[in-house]
Design a protein around this ligand. Structure first.
Ligand code: URA
Length: 239
């Protein structure tokens, strides 16, 4: 990859600005000052430094965020803050995007990556990747709802959902539940409860396939996936 392209991709300025940077002699490749913007470097095996600090280059970035409410699962928006706005610049330079959408008021596990292939496979309806949500429901959730979800429920637009696995954690005036579904229709959890006459008042995603939300992450915090988690996700979608 051309040196100016590498530096520019990593957020060190436009190609023109990077050219100036190179002219100043602050960039070294394998300990030799390089001023030629067109020079080709292997960013993985060669050591590129800027003012003595090594520049880390990776093709892909894989992040897990505990999405806070009030923030959009999108890359940009004219009005609202997006999950990408919450990332450090060092992560934003990889042009990552959220894998699927959580509603603005939904919290919890969101994978953010620039690996389009992984994203596609995790979201493909053919792969049936299970997603588990914790929710607080207005009203008493009962065994009848468990049975209804097991068969699939008909949404207001006539769509019959795939079976969902509903667990009641607490039942009363409000109920705490966990629901696992293998689809990702717009507002699916909320609409499935509407189909049985109930309303979701709080929603949080706990898992996606084999990946569990790291509960040590505060709302709005994120971390890189471990190599093991990345491998697990990639292996999973191959099934
Ligand atoms: N189902 C919903 O209704 N909302 C979400 O954000 C995710 C699943």
């Amino acid at each position: 990859m051309r040196l100016d392209k590498l530096l520019s991709n990593l957020g060190f300025g436009s190609r023109k600005e990077v050219k100036q940077l190179l002219k100043s002699g602050s960039v070294k490749v394998n300990d030799t000052v390089v001023k030629d913007a067109k020079m080709h470097v292997d960013p993985v095996n060669e050591i590129v430094t800027l003012n003595g600090e090594r520049i880390e280059y990776r093709e892909f970035v894989y992040l897990m965020m505990n999405k806070p409410p009030g923030v959009l699962s999108a890359t940009e928006d004219t009005r609202d803050e997006t999950v990408i706005d919450l990332l450090q610049i060092e992560d934003q330079v990889y042009n990552p995007f959220p894998v699927g959408r959580l509603d603005k008021d939904t919290e919890g596990l969101l994978v953010i990556t620039n690996d389009g292939q992984l994203s596609h496979r995790l979201l493909s309806p053919k792969k049936h990747v299970p997603k588990t949500y914790f929710a607080v429901i207005e009203g008493e959730v009962t065994e009848r709802d468990i049975d209804a979800f097991k068969k699939g429920v008909t949404l207001e637009d006539g769509y019959l959902t795939k079976p969902g696995e509903l667990k009641i954690l607490k039942s009363g005036i409000t109920s705490d539940i966990e629901l696992t579904i293998t689809e990702g229709k717009f507002h699916q959890v909320k609409r499935m409860f509407e189909a049985v006459g109930k309303r979701v008042v709080y929603l949080k995603r706990l898992s996606m396939g084999p990946l569990l939300l790291d509960e040590t992450l505060e709302l709005g915090e994120y971390r890189e996936l471990t190599d093991e988690e990345v491998q697990m996700l990639k292996g999973y979608q191959a099934k």
